[in-house]
Write a protein that binds this ligand. Structure first.
Ligand code: CP
Length: 304
């Protein structure tokens, strides 16, 4: 039984298989509408979510299966002190597969340790968000036609942004990856990522402060919001929250074929006037999340 706790839990070959299946589903969704008849997905969300939870639920419903779960810790027995280990032991008997989001890094790993069904990490603290990574990879593959030889600018909160951490982990496996890391000093990527992932894979990267200067070099600009919920004090959040705002003036520095991705939710970091630029693909990206989660559910349940 396979669990997806980190993006590295899928080899590049397995990952290519999931993306290929997602593209097949995208072309002929009706062919897959009964594949999960009789199967149940549990969504255990101890932290707020719109896209991840609802796209998981839409994915399972599109496959003909059913969903059960909770959308906040308050509405579950976690509020009475139940551990993740005990919860998953119980939920393993109610469902066939489970997506879990938790504010504590490592909670999905604990769930996997005690589970009899496949566990999918739907985001753990500031650590990883592997199904967002699958969504990002599908968006890049589908719209750019490749995952190799891409220059990606990651902009915003690179310290707490788990989608950035996961995507960097995944992209270092493709030849020709090159990164620009654009953030305030306080929100630079964690040292472990710099040393154990970027340096260990000899991936070229540069940490910069001015977005416009490197815009012309980028194939992909990956914008992120400053993660208010992970700050220890509100003053720091307020000081840093508007460090980078992508607007139509900055977009003039970008190549005609550069794509702007964002895992969403957006706060202020992309001005709404950018939404009508054809290079702004973040809403398309959110839609791709359903197809890739359908492909992942089929793969983990060995129904593809
Ligand atoms: N991208 C993402 O994880 O969005 P949600 O927090 O709405 O699930």
């Amino acid at each position: 039984m396979k669990h997806i706790i980190s993006p590295l839990d899928l080899s590049t070959e397995e990952l290519a298989g999931v993306l290929e299946l997602a593209e097949k589903i995208m072309r002929e969704p009706e062919k897959y509408s009964d594949c999960c008849r009789g199967k149940k997905l549990a969504t255990l969300f101890y932290e707020p979510s719109t896209r991840t939870r609802l796209s998981f639920e839409a994915a399972m419903l599109n496959l003909g299966g059913s969903v059960l779960g909770f959308s906040s810790a308050d509405s579950s027995s976690a509020s009475k002190g139940e551990s993740v280990a005990d919860t998953i032991r119980v939920v393993s008997g109610y469902a066939d597969i489970c997506a879990i989001r938790h504010p504590k890094e490592g909670a999905p790993y604990v769930a996997a340790t005690y589970s009899n069904i496949p566990i999918i990490n739907a985001g753990d603290g500031g650590h990883n968000h592997p199904t967002q990574t699958l969504t990002d990879l599908l968006t890049m593959k589908h719209l750019k036609g490749r995952l190799d030889h891409l220059t990606i600018g990651f902009c915003g909160d690179l310290k707490f942004g788990r989608t950035v951490h996961s995507l960097i982990n995944a992209m270092v496996r493709y030849p020709g990856s090159r990164f620009f890391l654009i953030s305030p000093e306080e929100l630079k990527i964690p040292t472990y990522l710099r040393e154990e992932v970027l340096d260990a894979h000899h991936v070229p990267y540069e940490e910069v402060r001015i977005l416009e200067e490197i815009m012309p070099e980028l194939d992909i600009l990956y914008m992120t919001r400053v993660q208010r919920e992970r700050f220890f004090n509100e003053e720091d959040y307020i000081r840093l929250k508007d460090s980078f705002i992508l607007d139509t003036v900055k977009m003039q520095y970008a190549r005609p074929d550069m794509l702007v991705l964002h895992p969403l939710p957006r706060v202020n970091e992309i001005s709404v006037e950018v939404d009508s630029d054809p290079r702004a693909v973040y809403f398309k990206q959110a839609h791709f999340g359903v197809y890739v989660r359908m492909a992942l559910i089929l793969t983990l349940l060995e129904l593809n």
